[in-house]
Design a protein around this ligand. Structure first.
Ligand code: GLV
Length: 329
């Protein structure tokens, strides 16, 4: 029986896909350190890991028998895919199943910051609310405004679709322009990045973390935004230069920000923590019971597929497939 290491316990439905099929080593406690993870990989053919596990070349080398690393996430910037590929190790992710849930949460962030929901909650809990007041916690309207989407992929498109209900004008920019029928169907307009930043009341980020998207939003880009505009980030922390954002917010260069992701999670730039016009969430955009279960089941099925010699539909490095098949299951 192949040995599979599950670096954090998964929901029951996912564990059931693995039990009886593999010899399992499951972490039911606190997250393993890198050394603890490495110590468990000596005999492992499969590894199921989460975003907090850095699976770099050193970790991969601790698992000489590894054939698959399954990330329970759509993003896979925590894994050194090039190193895995050179070793012939399949890397899989969980695309598709979290798009709607992540788009829902993007709107939760956007509405929360625009309408000052978190500040209001704090006021009530702290017993400081004195009753209805015409001028209390005035926020910004969302309906009828302009939404700018950077990254019109699976998640960005679902965010765009929801903007219709708010009668918004939607601009987008992406490395590749969407086909005209997609633009028509979603009701979105292509804009150069600068134009999008200048014209949007809300800028929302839905790009993967790549060398070319690191600090996509830096001091220069933030300076192009309107002083009344908000930045929403439910993609990856390093897409935003957090220090530059904290500075822009402190100087009221933009009106506010709502962030689900940070440059050095779980650390948050200390300046951001002290600012009232920022909503801070602990990387939970895909965290609904249904979606997190679907993601875990998908990761388990990805491991089953590869270790049973079938091609997983969620291979990140499809080029290793021939090698994996050649080695047999
Ligand atoms: C979460 O951030 C994911 O990539 O699935």
């Amino acid at each position: 029986m192949a040995r599979v290491v599950v670096a954090r316990e998964l929901p029951r439905a996912a564990m059931e896909r693995l039990e009886g099929r593999f010899e399992l080593e499951v972490n039911r406690g606190a997250a393993w350190s890198k050394a603890e993870l490495m110590a468990r990989l000596a005999e492992a053919e499969g590894l199921i890991c989460q975003l907090t596990q850095q699976v770099d070349a050193e970790v991969l080398n601790a698992g000489p028998k590894l054939r698959v690393v399954a990330n329970v996430a759509v993003g896979f910037d925590n894994i050194d895919v090039a190193a895995a590929t050179s070793r012939g190790i399949a890397v899989t992710n969980t695309p598709g199943v979290l798009d709607e849930t992540t788009a829902d949460f993007t709107w939760a962030l956007l509405l929360a910051v625009a309408r000052r929901v978190v500040e209001g909650d704090r006021l009530v809990r702290e017993g400081k609310w004195k009753g209805w007041d015409l001028m209390l916690l005035l926020g910004a309207d969302v309906h009828g405004k302009t939404l700018g989407i950077l990254g019109l992929g699976r998640i960005g498109r679902r965010v765009a679709r929801r903007a219709r209900g708010f009668a918004m004008r939607v601009l987008y920019n992406d490395a590749v322009r969407a086909p005209a029928e997609v633009e028509r169907e979603l009701g979105v307009e292509w804009a150069e990045r600068e134009q999008l930043l200048r014209e949007s009341d809300f800028v929302t980020l839905h790009v993967p973390l790549l060398p070319e998207t690191r600090h996509l939003m830096g001091a220069r880009e933030l300076a192009l935004m309107k002083p009344t505009a908000y930045l929403i980030n439910a993609s990856r922390g390093p897409v935003v230069d957090e220090a530059a954002l904290a500075e822009a917010l402190a100087r009221k260069q933009i009106a506010g920000a709502a962030l689900d992701v940070f440059e050095r999670e779980p650390e948050v730039h200390p300046k951001l923590v002290g600012l009232p016009n920022v909503v801070l969430a602990p990387h939970i955009a895909s965290a609904s019971v249904e979606t997190r279960t679907r993601m875990a089941v998908m990761a388990a099925e990805n491991v089953v597929a590869v270790l049973e010699g079938r091609r997983s539909p969620n291979l990140v490095n499809a080029e290793v497939w021939e090698k994996t098949v050649a080695r047999g299951s």
